[in-house]
Design a protein around this ligand. Structure first.
Ligand SMILES: Nc1ncnc2c1ncn2[C@@H]1O[C@H](COP(=O)(O)OP(=O)(O)OP(=O)(O)O)[C@@H](O)[C@H]1O
Ligand SMILES: [Mg+2]
Length: 333
């Protein structure tokens, strides 16, 4: 849901007509103030007047948010429902048309994207993030729910279609870990903010090696730590129906745990990877060659068996890694 502080009353009423009854049943007087945002309305009264009216701004925002959520659920409206993502063919780097009709990815599916370095995996993720309409170098077209998507997906920062965990992450803000997560929590209007923030920091520390504190400045987090924080933040806070992951493996964090934290039934997950374990964890994998979608392969039963073997090997490697990281001398495990 949007950050409702920043909407004018009349915009809110337009978007959620049922709010009319909410305002009528409430003691906050809004008549004549429809051109203001809620924040501005609160600012018009001093504290005593608000108290006399029995209005506590923060509580008010919380109640109105809950009311909207409840009404939307009741009316069967879920603004962010994405049942499918469709990729229509464009061209590879040599200009050849990609050899498939259309590729439909359904809610609940995990798709991995494999291919050599520089082949175009990140490009495909970027096409989806941008909801490409033949306006990227690949000339691909992306449909949401089998339709050309609403412009809001492309231009609104609050109705985010996609949560992106990208290959490169640079924090430039002068914030602590707590403040950084708090910003996200506030913009998503979560209840129980403190608990949620605590949980995110805890999960991030589960994924990373050396732990960090809520008051650690985000600029001093290591690559793996900031990656872990972004994964936990996305997993717990993001309402985006599509999750795009570009290479978890380079971050030195527990990949499998990270992936299972991110997965949820109602999302579409696409991840570009060079890691055989992650690649085989997908239901299907897209093979990219020379910038084009070359093949789409469904993970076979035999591959799933091989996956278990690989996971076994991975656990051995992780055990050695933990020992090495903590300065031990390696002996046979
Ligand atoms: N179909 C295409 N047409 C034109 N340019 C393309 C196409 N696909 C990819 N490219 C370009 O090729 C370059 C490399 O692609 P990309 O970064 O997606 O590779 P990658 O597979 O993610 O590599 P890595 O494994 O190293 O992350 C980018 O500049 C990208 O824009
Ligand atoms: Mg890439």
């Amino acid at each position: 849901m949007e950050n409702i502080h920043s909407f004018k009353i009349k915009e809110l009423l337009n978007k959620y007509p049922f709010l009319d009854s909410f305002f009528k049943n409430n003691t906050l007087k809004i008549s004549g103030k429809e051109h203001l945002t809620l924040r501005q309305v609160f600012a018009e009264f001093d504290e005593d007047t608000l108290e006399d009216m029995g209005v506590e701004p923060q509580l008010f925002i919380q109640q109105i948010t809950e009311f909207i959520t409840q009404m939307n659920t009741f009316l069967g409206k879920d603004e962010n429902k994405v049942k499918s993502v469709t990729i229509l063919p464009g061209n590879d780097k040599s200009g050849n048309i990609e050899g498939f009709d259309k590729l439909v990815i359904k809610q609940g599916e995990i798709i991995s994207i494999v291919g050599p370095t520089g082949s175009g995996k990140s490009r495909l993720l970027a096409d989806i993030e941008w909801v490409a309409q033949e306006d990227t170098p690949t000339k691909r077209k992306i449909l949401i729910n089998n339709d050309i998507p609403d412009k809001k997906w492309r231009f609104s920062s609050s109705d985010k279609l996609v949560a992106q965990l990208s290959q490169n992450m640079n924090f430039v803000m002068d914030l602590t870990v707590y403040e950084f997560v708090e910003l996200h929590a506030e913009s998503r209007l979560v209840e129980n903010k403190d608990n949620v923030i605590k949980r995110i920091i805890e999960k991030a520390n589960d994924l990373a090696g050396e732990s960090f504190e809520p008051d650690t400045p985000i600029t001093s987090l290591s690559g793996g730590q900031s990656r872990a924080l972004m994964i936990a933040d996305t997993a717990i806070l993001s309402k985006s129906p599509i999750i795009l992951i570009d290479e978890i493996e380079n971050a030195g964090i527990d990949r499998k745990r990270a992936l299972s934290l991110l997965l949820s039934e109602d999302k579409v997950v696409l991840m570009a990877t060079h890691d055989p374990i992650l690649a085989l964890m997908g239901d299907r994998r897209i093979v990219i060659k020379n910038g084009g979608i070359h093949k789409v392969i469904e993970t076979t039963d035999q591959e799933r068996e091989i996956l278990s073997t690989l996971e076994e090997m991975d656990r051995t490697i992780l055990a050695y890694r933990t020992k090495l990281r903590s300065g031990e001398i390696i002996t046979k495990i």
